[in-house]
Write a protein that binds this ligand. Structure first.
Ligand SMILES: [Zn+2]
Ligand SMILES: [Zn+2]
Length: 289
């Protein structure tokens, strides 16, 4: 009756979120290479064989980069809409590409995954929730503005990966060209710290045990700032910074109440970061700050 969740990568250089029970798991997005996903899964003592499907939120490179190789190597179905497949120019075996409809749950073993639309500058973007028994987890990144769907789902989650992309002042005074600043904060870009905090403080359910602050901008934000900001309002919710450079620890959610002391003591060490992990493309940032 437990769920195990981790951010394998989060940010404009790659996103990949793992949610699984004892027998099966899914990935939301695969924006780092297959090799890097394998490395991080192994470091976390998770089993890649448990991963049964990949769900794709939208076509930006930081969400799909590793999909073709990973899907082919492990024969994994890829749940992706026709528009996202087309716009991402992804080459996936036809047998593996499966579409989905908003609000229609898809069952992967005992996990039920439901998509709902979001505001983002992509062809057909979705957020996902994953339900297992009475536990619910949300993956909410790359969101230009909160909508009623987001509020409804967030308020039902035991854990959530929530974008906290930029600090208003840092974006304002930063080096990005004006058009890009406008794009990021223009309602179809990304959620600011302020918007994420407002969602959290206004709509967090009492039972939300874990909040992963995600897709934190390298140039317009600071992980320590985000951590401090949310910790001031965290209450019983464990605040976790989802790094752009490495995986988080694996966190365990159990019914009925989820105890933050159930965090697995597996990966709190700081891993050496290779040059490739640190590589950063301004093109990616342009697409998805
Ligand atoms: Zn992104
Ligand atoms: Zn995006």
């Amino acid at each position: 009756m437990s769920l195990f969740i981790t951010s394998l990568a989060s940010g404009s250089n790659g996103n990949c979120y793992y949610i699984g029970n004892n027998t099966e798991a899914i990935l939301v997005d695969a924006g780092i290479t297959c090799k890097e996903i394998e490395t991080r899964i192994k470091r976390l003592s998770l089993s890649i064989e448990k991963i049964k499907a990949i769900f794709i939120s939208h076509e930006h490179a930081d969400h799909i980069r590793g999909v073709p190789v990973l899907a082919k190597k492990y024969n994994l179905p890829v749940y992706i809409t026709t528009q996202t497949l087309k716009n991402g120019r992804l080459h996936i075996d036809k047998k593996l590409a499966r579409s989905f409809n908003a609000f229609d749950p898809i069952s992967i073993g005992d996990l039920d995954i439901t998509a709902f639309p979001k505001y983002h500058d992509a062809a057909d973007p979705y957020s996902f929730t994953i339900r297992f028994k009475d536990l619910k987890v949300g993956v909410f990144t790359d969101i230009g503005q909160p909508c009623q769907h987001l509020i409804n789902h967030f308020s039902q989650c035991h854990a959530a990966f929530l974008e906290s992309n930029y600090d208003d002042d840092m974006l304002d005074t930063g080096s990005y060209p004006y058009f890009l600043k406008t794009r990021i904060r223009g309602g179809k870009g990304h959620l600011s710290n302020k918007q994420a905090l407002e969602l959290f403080t206004s709509h967090r359910p009492d039972f939300m045990s874990h909040l992963f602050l995600s897709h934190i901008s390298k140039n317009n934000n600071c992980p320590n700032l985000v951590e401090q900001l949310f910790n001031q309002h965290a209450g019983n919710t464990k605040i976790i910074i989802a790094s752009r450079f490495q995986e988080t620890a694996v966190y365990k959610l159990s019914n009925p109440a989820v105890n933050i002391s159930t965090q697995l003591p597996v990966t709190m060490a700081i891993f050496p970061v290779s040059a490739s992990q640190l590589s950063f493309s301004f093109d990616d940032e342009m697409k998805s700050a």
